[in-house]
Design a protein around this ligand. Sequence first.
Ligand SMILES: *[C@@H]1O[C@H](CO)[C@@H](O)[C@H](O)[C@H]1NC(C)=O
Ligand SMILES: *[C@@H]1O[C@H](CO)[C@@H](O)[C@H](O)[C@H]1NC(C)=O
Length: 542
Amino acid sequence: MDAYAGGYKSHLCPKIPPSPALTPDTQGRFNWRTVKSHHPIEQYSQLPSGKPSPRPSVQYNFKSVPKESNERIDSRRDAVREVFKRCWNNYRERAWTKDELGPISGGAKDTFGSWGATLVDSLDTLWIMDLKQEFAEAIDAATKIDFGPKIDGEINVFETIIRYLGGFLGAYDVSGCHDARLLNKAIEVADLAYAAFDTPNRMPVSRWNPKKAVFGEEQLPAESMLIAEAASASVEFTRLSQLTGDMRYFDAISRVTNVLDEQQASTKLPGMWPISVNMRKPDLTFDGFFGLGAMADSAYEYLPKMYQLLNGLGPATQYQKMYEYAMSTAITHTMFRPMTHDKADILIASGNVNGERESKGQHLVCFAGGMFALGGRLFENTTHINVGRKLSNGCAWTYKNAPNGIMPEVFSMTACSTLSVCEYTAPAGSSPFSEVGDGRYVLRPEAIESMLYMYRITGESKYQDIAWGMFEAVSNLTRTEFGNAAISNVMKTPVETYDSMESFWLAETLKYFYLIFSDPSEISLDEFVLNTEAHPFRIPHR
Ligand SMILES: *[C@@H]1O[C@H](CO)[C@@H](O)[C@H](O)[C@H]1NC(C)=O
Ligand SMILES: *[C@@H]1O[C@H](CO)[C@@H](O)[C@H](O)[C@H]1NC(C)=O
């Protein structure tokens, strides 16, 4: 496709936000800006301007390593691409513009607003895997999606932001900001999501009814909301303000950040925010359940990513301060070293309930290894890089020692009494888990995500080898007639699959696998920030 020639080298993305701000071209579709605001804002917070100071690079200096012939790595990358292509072709033939393909039934399902979740979520992966024809075709279809108030019932605003808004922004950024249709589409979804922030205290409604909003009915933020859903639009909304010059989005998430900042020291585990928060008051201090994993994850993950996206300028230091405080609490109160037969020096990120550290692990929290390594690089803290390494190695260890080479969704282990030394060693041949609370593997990306960060940050090729082991196990055991399917219990042999292939399999899992076997300059972590759905956003000024 000629329109996409030029690729990475000649991007047209703005270095500074456009002024005056861009207005959307909705091409006759519903325009969410026409819905009257109940609680208009007089003055918007502005993105910081100025020249960023030089920062240490995130990625290892791969240039210092002589380039060897990489046939083995290339063939691994090709194997990943083949798995992606097979899934994509079946999605295209059997579930085109639906949210998901059923990988066993070969049918189509709508699970995330019925706007074509897999279609939008996969756009930037198509570009990255050099499937340019498919990319062009997918954009044509995605441009026709109608984000108007057709849905009766509530939508999950968080999922809409990370998958759809993230998907359009990632596709726009990776393809060099050449195709204005993608930015227009991003604005269209963002204006829908932005309407969910129209509340008395400007905190978002996380489960929100678009039809009610259009009929002028007021909706309030929930008195019990997940912290991840309350606090995870920052990276997407900030990138959109950078690309459009429209500060409404950045303003919206700044208000949420300020609430988190104000209450960070008053929670039951000062430094961290609990899983459940009251955004109507707002009061973030009543719940006693804490952790970096499910239902909280991206609220923490986005703190260092915001610092990086803002180039260290202005409120970036607020995000740094919040992150460092949160992580020092997380290290002390939510992690444990498990007892293993081989005395592995690893860490597992867990939870803390009413002051007691749990000794549970979850697949979802495996992103934390990558986050600690990234934050350690951005804020020059070697302790954090080491914690990132041990957490990532903990996930790698769990994969390797699980009976079929895949970590279960939720499990418990026996904890050592400290993070550094262990007085007891589990006997050889004993199960790595004291209990498996949820044996599924739902094609999740977090473990491979951390392997990619560790490889890019340390330059150690062992992470590519670990990744290949994960890929072999996952691709073999989940393969079905039409794609790849979730496993109902990874502890049982032979494993059984069920008819689910969530959009993150193509958006995240296979993208991370592909990138770890690609040249490290592809989607460099010094040029891009990846949102929590693995959509790469370009860092301005670079
Ligand atoms: C690095 O992080 C640790 C743990 O959070 C903290 O105690 C230490 O002060 C930090 N070091 C620097 C140089 O910021
Ligand atoms: C996966 O399948 C390939 C090819 O069929 C085989 O060579 C490899 O050993 C399998 N890996 C695992 C972990 O089962």
